[in-house]
Write a protein that binds this ligand. Sequence first.
Ligand SMILES: *[C@@H]1O[C@H](CO)[C@@H](O)[C@H](O)[C@H]1NC(C)=O
Ligand SMILES: *[C@@H]1O[C@H](CO)[C@@H](O)[C@H](O)[C@H]1NC(C)=O
Ligand SMILES: *[C@@H]1O[C@H](CO)[C@@H](O)[C@H](O)[C@H]1NC(C)=O
Length: 619
Amino acid sequence: MYIWFTVLAGLALLSLSFIRTLFPYLGDDCAYILRSIKLGIRLTKYKRGKQFYSVLDCFLDAVKSHPNKIFVHFEGREYTYGEVDKQSNKVARALQTEARLKEGDAVALFLVNEPSFIWTWLGLAKLGCPAALLNVHIRSKSLLHCFSCCGAKVIIASEELQGAVEEVLPTLTEQGISVFLLSEACSTPGIKSLSDKISHASDQPMSRDLRANVTIRSTALYIYTSGTTGLPKAAVVTHERVWAASFIQAVCGITSEDIFYINLPLYHSAGFLIGMVGAIERGITIVLKRKFSASQFWDDCRKYNVTVIQYIGETMRYLCNTPRKDNERNHGVKLAIGNGARTDIWTEFLDRFGEIKVRELYAATEGNIGFINYTSKIGAVGRVNFVHRYFFPYTLIKFDTEKEEPVRNSEGLCIEAIAGETGLMVGRITQRSPFIGYAGNRQQTEKKRLRDVRKKGDLYFNTGDLLRFDEMNFVYFMDRVGDTFRWKGENVATSEVADILTLANSILEANVYGVKVEGHEGRIGMAAVTLKEKDFDCSHAYKQVVNYLPAYARPRFIRIQPCLEMTGTFKMKKVKLVEEGFDPAHIEDPLYFLDPEKKSYVPLTEEIYRAIGAREIKL
Ligand SMILES: *[C@@H]1O[C@H](CO)[C@@H](O)[C@H](O)[C@H]1NC(C)=O
Ligand SMILES: *[C@@H]1O[C@H](CO)[C@@H](O)[C@H](O)[C@H]1NC(C)=O
Ligand SMILES: *[C@@H]1O[C@H](CO)[C@@H](O)[C@H](O)[C@H]1NC(C)=O
């Protein structure tokens, strides 16, 4: 009996190790699949329940079970779950009185990273109101556009953004918008202070009836994404999507003991959904930063006993660029969640800062497909896994980068890319993986839909991202399709920049693209332009871009061309321009450089080019 048992156990062990050699990622795959299935079951329960259980309900349960646990550390102050809850009741009550909000009214939040961002949003959720999260860097025309496309009648702004609000105040007033500032007082006519009203309001709980009609399919948030064309688009984020994004922390194995460091802006889905809402789902403590700071990063991690950090490729690189210190491996961080880390930086990061598990994600706010690297494979964003693919059918299709469109066969269907080949990622639109689209922008929504992919009449979401699968089923992010690029962690829509450039006096047409700069993540903005007149009006072009574009979107290089090259389908050709870059020694066209000190575009000399390469000029 005993012998048989030993033999059996031995055989089992042997076959286990045999399986492990054959399928080295089986364990990781299974663990991931199990966690995902568990979360899928939970989401289904929330969906089917008599009363919809939202993230707000989850927060209220956390308040009940640990009211005195710290929810947020911010600039030396701490706020417990209980305090944040009370504060959000006050906000909800102040807004009820001042703005007469009712369930379903959208409210735009124009707020910097501060704890008030969190309780203002919770207050709105208690009233059943969706929040539109405005990017705090946008101004004037873009700001008005973002504001109006979500249909909000109310905007709440941080005190430090008063100037930006005043710029667009005449238009807001004309449209009958209520404008609130999170300040104790405000003397500008047309802007009401809100903080004073909040501090006088009662902190008694809000009735659940106020949001009785909210379901899992209701809009919870509008989050802006830089579109492939035109101005930013408001991606409609339903409560279902909020839940799904909040589960990423759980999928990564974060437990209630963890301390999460948020240094990304809360107006993006990474900081807001994965970071803050995910923290509510886990019931953990967060350390909120006003801005990312490379020099304070590890000190903060030590001071607050941070165990999980969030990154984007750029911040990882900034950390690697800081001077070495003796104590830089002395910290409790064990996990990093984010996206956009390149293999070289990823390796350097681990070398310098010690054994940190990196969970690289691939997902878009409005997309219907995402990946997460749950194995220890440097550079990969995830794995192709049959369970995932069964529930969220996606495919990688051959893409013609010259024409910027999918390659189609004689029947007009797309062709699947083979392992090792770069292709366009598309996700089938189904009940389970819907594409909700953009608020008030049917045309843009339609543009992200791709038909006749595998069969006539089928419908896919076009991510606009180029990925590659390898033979081992690892997934790698390669690039974006030409009409957007990333710089300083923000997406830049080339046509939005082109629209602004063509409003400059001397510019006739503009073709905007991003170019690589040695030692930087992403691509920096560059534009090839044709002129209306003989001379380029440098200072007017400078004023135009500085007035209308956030710093990260401004083209730092301008290339004057006699004419712009078009493709057969009248799209501007970018691929060659991108490859040629901005080296004056190799480009005959006149080149200009945006010089913030001279407040103008200046001719791009070899000296400037060298100084950029040597990092004497900061980009
Ligand atoms: C919920 O919907 C019902 C029916 O449409 C409506 O009568 C009720 O006023 C709504 N409740 C709220 C709080 O808006
Ligand atoms: C961090 O952990 C140490 C040791 O466990 C503890 O003394 C300290 O109070 C913690 N710091 C914070 C901010 O929680
Ligand atoms: C992703 O790859 C890195 C590379 O080292 C690894 O450390 C990390 O654990 C991987 N991510 C996951 C989710 O395991």
